[in-house]
Each structure stands twice: as structure tokens, then as C-alpha cells.
Design a protein around this ligand. Structure first.
Ligand SMILES: [Zn+2]
Length: 129
């Protein structure tokens, strides 16, 4: 019988998020920027690192990543239902766009056909003068 327990179930280890120099790193909207209380170095870390204890990239001191105002730690663990909802919404939008592209392609083909007819008419008109 298969064992249901997975050794990867606790993948949210602190090693997953690298703290970076705020000066050097590309900072995203979701990143948390803070200063090392030990050496004052500006650090930046992925928002999922909020509340974790990390090592300062400059002095190596243990630093507690601040939790941004208004952020609930439970926000970090979006339940799978919410993630699925977002996925479905994205897929719906994608299908809508695909439909629009198809319609535009059809319209383009019609216009090209019309253009061909008009060019023929113009050519005939020129030939008859
Ligand atoms: Zn430091």
C-alpha cells in the first residue's frame, strides 16, 4: 500500500528565500526592504520571507525580517481554492483573448478579400480608359 506522507511537505524552509543587497538587487513590489539592525545594511527579501530569521548578507548577523504593515502571515499561505480561482480566471481571460484573435483574423481575411476585389475593379477601370 502506498504511503501518503511526503518528505517534501514542509518545503517552506527559510533557505528558499535569499536575502539580497537592496542596492544591487532588482526590487519587486512584493519584496520587503529593511535595514540590518547590526550593520545598517539595506536588505531585500521576497515577501514570503516575512517573519523569518535570516542571516545578514553583509555582517552575517541573525535578522528577523519585518512583517509589512497590513500583512497577515496567513496571507502567505493562500489556500489552494483561492489559487485555483485565480488560475481559472486567468484561463478564462486567455480563452477570451484567443476568441478575439480568431474574430480579428476572420475580419482581416474578409478585408483582404474586399481589397482584392477593389484592386481588380480599379485595374479594370484603368484598363478601360
Ligand atoms: Zn548586517
Amino acid at each position: 500500500m502506498a504511503d501518503e506522507t511526503s518528505p517534501e511537505s514542509d518545503a517552506r524552509a527559510s533557505e528558499s528565500f535569499d536575502v539580497q543587497d537592496a542596492d544591487a538587487a532588482e526590487i519587486r513590489d512584493t519584496d520587503i526592504q529593511f535595514d540590518c539592525p547590526q550593520c545598517g545594511k539595506s536588505l531585500v527579501i521576497d515577501y514570503r520571507g516575512a517573519g523569518l530569521e535570516i542571516a545578514c548578507s553583509q555582517c552575517g548577523a541573525s535578522v528577523l525580517v519585518p512583517i509589512p504593515d497590513g500583512m497577515e502571515l496567513t496571507d502567505l499561505d493562500l489556500d489552494s481554492g483561492e489559487i485555483l480561482k485565480q488560475l481559472f480566471a486567468t484561463r478564462r481571460n486567455y480563452q477570451k483573448v484567443e476568441l478575439q484573435v480568431k474574430e480579428l483574423r476572420t475580419r482581416l481575411a474578409q478585408l483582404q478579400e474586399t481589397l482584392g476585389v477593389m484592386q481588380e475593379v480599379v485595374a479594370e477601370g484603368l484598363a478601360n480608359t
